[in-house]
Structure formats: structure tokens, C-alpha cells
Write a protein of this length. Sequence first.
Length: 584
Amino acid sequence: MLFITKPVDRFRIPATVEALVAVASLFWAFTANQLFLSAALKDRVLSAPATWGFALALLVMLAALHFVLLALVSNRWTVKPLLALLITGTAFATYFMQTFGVYLDPTMMRNMLHTDVAEARELFSWSLLPHLLLHAVLPLLLLWRVRVVRHGLARSAIVRFGALVLALVLLVGALVMVFQAFASMMRNHKDMRYLVTPGNYLWSISAVAAAQAKGAAKPRQAIGLDATPGPRMAARAEAKDGVAAKPLLLVLVVGETARAANWGLNGYSRQTTPELAKLPVINFPNVGACGTNTEVSLPCMFAAVGRRDYDEERIRGSQSLLHVLARAGVAVHWRDNQSGCKGVCEGLPQDAVVALNPPGLCANGRCMDEGLLAGLVAWLGNAAGAPQGNAQGNAQADAQAGAPGRAGGTRLLVLHQLGNHGPSYFRRYPPAFARFKPACEQDDLQKCSREEIVNAYDNALLYTDHVLASLIGRLQAASATVDSAVFYVSDHGESLGENNLYLHGLPYAIAPDLQKRVPMIMWFSPGAAANIGIDTACLQKRAQAPAAHDHLFHTVLTLLDVKTTLHEAAWDLAQGCRTPPAPP
């Protein structure tokens, strides 16, 4: 009898599930773990036989570990879809790790998962295509040609069990051979485990999903239930002889990706803050950030206990400083020009610059930071003549109209900048601020020299300087009717190619100071200084000492005169610099 083989089967590659998983594990061990192997062999002599033995043991461990994990969840129906997904995910992961030097820990994965479309678009460049071709497209074509060999249930179980035992033997054997060196390395450099790919992003995604599921199951814990107005705040809410007291406005500007090293007021070789340098601002030259990315820093800096006793679950599961202030009667409003408040302003009045769409400032889903000031003059006028009464209703009405709330008395406006968010620094400022040239005008930083990257970054700082100076100028113009103050601090720093690192987000323990040191300034109108009772000369002296994001929570409570047992005097920058309130 004559049998005819179908043409489609002629080019198929027969392989068992175990063989497929083994090939994939070996492929990733050699192609996806270059950063892990480089870090592991960093302090070793490459020509020494012991180094080669250590490297071989690591490769065996990597391949065996991934084989065991994948073999436990693979069968003839799931193996190809699962490997296709992992091949694609690993190709993207290795590109971003190798291009920007990032570690795919849970924090970074949360940051990436919460990236908006406009931000994600800037991270993709033409250099990604050849990487995907080599690490994803070609492996996927080979995978597509594979025909999974089917065996009986008993035989499949025996083969799977034997393969798992062999992989475990290889894993344990390789570990025993280099245990002392490996254990010491992992103990002293725990963050290296987040270079093991694809295990790193699989673990991190699982950890983030578990944490979010746990957090979604319960509401945020209320804090500051005892928050009440202090005497100065109470006086601002009262009218004397039918005349309302002069309101106080604190504008808290949360910067983005501005690093202290390039801040002109800190003594940087370039003057990147020329407009602020002409104003009576109080500069804090030595400020530490809570984290190295927005997902960590933003919730942390608005928490009662920040980096000094860091507890991510506690911070994310609790209300923020803004809720405490609102509970005491402060009219709080959040205006965003980035990727949201990360839960900090949950349930409070808020708007987004992109939704307001101020003329000439927005394009392709992004807006210039001057959009944060849209409607500010009119809003200041409303604040001075705001009717007392239904403050909540007024706030909601103004929020719908694109203006922060109208309640008089004590008010807080938070402006969340786009700032120096990379890699597209050149998109963060108008052409008029392109003073340092040549500037990198590429989304792909690998196509620019370090000088061009720094020039573009510094131009973006010039624009932040202008936005802050413009804000202060508008507040100064309204000083006859509104007492105002500005508190600016960036969320984290940035790497601009030092040690071949770019952007930010390295694990805090190993991140360079460039990612952890941020600029911070304060400004007070004369009326606000008197209204708050702050000795600005005293605060100027205090500014020379080290400070941190941890100070923000407790300092803002004092500036707005909110009383709560959450306040810790030791973390209050205004401690010792306040004058007693005038007698009633």
C-alpha cells in the first residue's frame, strides 16, 4: 500500500514537550542572561579556569531552573502557546534591560505596567526591531515549524518524571560545585536575582498581581482621624466684622526625574535655574528621594513614614497626607500632567492637563508643563472672593470647569509635572528653551552622544525653572488678595549614561546617588510667611542640612497648621523656625 505524506508535514520538526522546553531553557540561558553573567563574573579573572568553571555552573543552573519551572506547567496543548508568549516577553525584557540597564524587580514591573500609551510610545525605537528579529521572530518561526510528538499517558509521565529528576540533579550538582561563591554572591548582591531572565519578570509580575489583588480586596486604611485645624488655620476660616480672612494657598509641585546634580541652584557648572536664581527661594541642596521611580516615590513621599521605615504594603494600603489635610478642612486639589497620582489623591478633587487641553501646549497625548498653570489667575481670584458655605459643592463645580476648588481659608494645590521624564527629554520643552546644543532629538538614546543627552536633559531643566518662576510670578501678582507659598521637590533622579546606565528605576540598594538625589525649593510671599508664622531666614539655614522626602509629610502639616498625632517634630523642616500665633 502506498502512503503519501502531506506536504505540510515534510518541513515539520518533530519534538517532545521535554525537548522543546530544554531547547528554550538553553536558548535563554545563553542569550537572555548576559547581564546576570556579566555581574556574576565582574570581579573574576576571565582567563582563570575557575572563572570558566563558575560560568559553566551558572549556565547549567539557569537552564535547569527554567526547565523545571516550565516542565511543571507544560503539556502538548500548552507548550507552544506558552513558549511563544515567553519568547516574545523575554525579547522585550532583554532589550530594555540591555538598553537602559534596568532590573526587572516588582517595583519596575509595576512601573512598566502602569505606563501610559504616550510614555510607552517613546520607549519604542527602531533599534528594537533587529533585537526582536533575532530574539523573537526567528525563534517563533522555528517554534511554528515544530510538531509536538505525542506519546501515551504512561510513557509521557515516565519521560516527564525522568526529565525533571535529571534537571534537578544538574541544578543541585552545579549549585554544590560553586555553592560557597554563589551563596556569597547572592547574599551580598540580592538584586542580581532580578537579572535572571525570564524568571525575573515572571516572578515580578506574579508578585505585583498578588499585591494588587490583595489591595483591591480591602479599602485604604484611614489615617489622621484626629486631624484638626490649628489656631492659624482656624483663624483663616473665620470672618471678622463681616470681612473674610485672607486665604492661604500652598502650591506643592511634584517634579519628575529632576536630579540634584544638574540643578543650577546646587552649584552645577551650568546655570539651569536662571529665573529661580533671581527669586528669593530657599534651596535645599542635599535631598534624598524615597525611591528611584514614580511608582515608589510618589506614595512614599506622601506617607507619614517613608524611606526610613519603608513598608510598601502599608504605604499603598493607607491614605495619604492629602486625605489627612482634607479631613482637617484644607481644600485639596490635584492637577496631573503625568501618569496619575498612584492612589495618593484617590477620592479627592483632581483633573488632568491633557483633558483641559490648554491651547498650544498639548500634542499627541502629551502636554507641556505650563499647562499646569492654566486658569491659575482666575482661580486665585475665586479664592480671594470665594463664598463660604457649600465648599464641597463649589470644589466639585470648579473641578468640572477645569479649575481647582473655590473654598477659601486654607488650600493646597498639587501640580504633578511631566518634568524631565525620559528618554525623550527633547519633547519636554518648547524650542525656545533649546539653549544647550547640540541636543539629543531621538527617542532612542543609543543614537546620541552623552553630551547630546545631557544637553537635552539640561534644556528640560531650564523649562522646569521657567514653569516654577512663572508660577511664583503669578502668585506674587495676586499677593494683595491671597497669601501663597510654593514647595517644589522632584520624585527621583536620573542616570544619563554614567556607568552605562540610563533613565532610572534601579533597586534602591544599588542605585547610584544620581537616581536618589533630587532638587527641592521653597518660596513664601511675605504675607504667607506671616500667615504661616515661618522665619524664612531660619529655614534658609536649616536648608543647608540634609533633608529627604520623609520630611514632606510633617513639614506640610506645619505649613498648613493641621494638628494630628501623626506629626513628628523631628521630621518637620519648619521645626524651630516658627513664630507663635498672634493672640486673638
